[in-house]
Write a protein that binds this ligand. Structure first.
Ligand code: SF4
Length: 149
């Protein structure tokens, strides 16, 4: 299927990091798709979106009471290289975040997978201390300890 060019102008001006198209793929409706057993349709939609060069997905623990995140894992995380997409979800509180972390993050995408090479920090326009934040995420979400400042 060819996407109409007028709907998707070149929205690639620098934002967050290197240029990328800023039309996000919201997964709020995905529970309703999968409830009908049409996860294959969702895969087609995701694949078309990524084939067209889009990379940003968004979901939440509250969409379908977690079904959206589960769908995201099966149609995106398990089928596409981790470096090929950006993914946002919401963390309502730390205890819930700890439970959800194990559900959505694959072994390769865990905070503890960071080798502190520093490649990413130089590209962040917000100058985020990514390595530090990931180390804190490991402490909280994987080691179940508190971060001491
Ligand atoms: S420092 Fe950044 S680029 Fe390097 S492994 Fe960690 S998250 Fe990845």
């Amino acid at each position: 299927m060819e996407l109409p060019k007028t709907v998707f102008p070149t929205m690639t001006k620098n934002y967050l990091d290197q240029n990328f198209k800023k039309l996000g793929f919201g997964l709020m409706r995905s529970p309703f798709i999968s409830e009908k057993g049409d996860i294959e349709q969702m895969k087609k939609m995701v694949d078309l979106y990524t084939e067209k060069g889009f990379t940003y997905f968004d979901t939440s623990y509250i969409y379908g009471q977690g079904i959206s995140e589960t769908n995201a894992r099966s149609v995106i995380v398990e089928r596409h290289p981790r470096s090929s997409f950006r993914f946002a979800t919401k963390l309502p509180n730390i205890e819930y975040a700890k439970r959800r972390y194990g559900n959505i993050i694959q072994e390769s995408g865990r905070a503890s997978s960071c080798i502190a090479c520093g490649s990413c920090e130089g590209h962040c326009p917000q100058k985020l201390k990514i390595i530090t934040y990931l180390q804190e995420a490991v402490t909280i979400l994987e080691d179940n300890k508190e971060v001491t400042k």
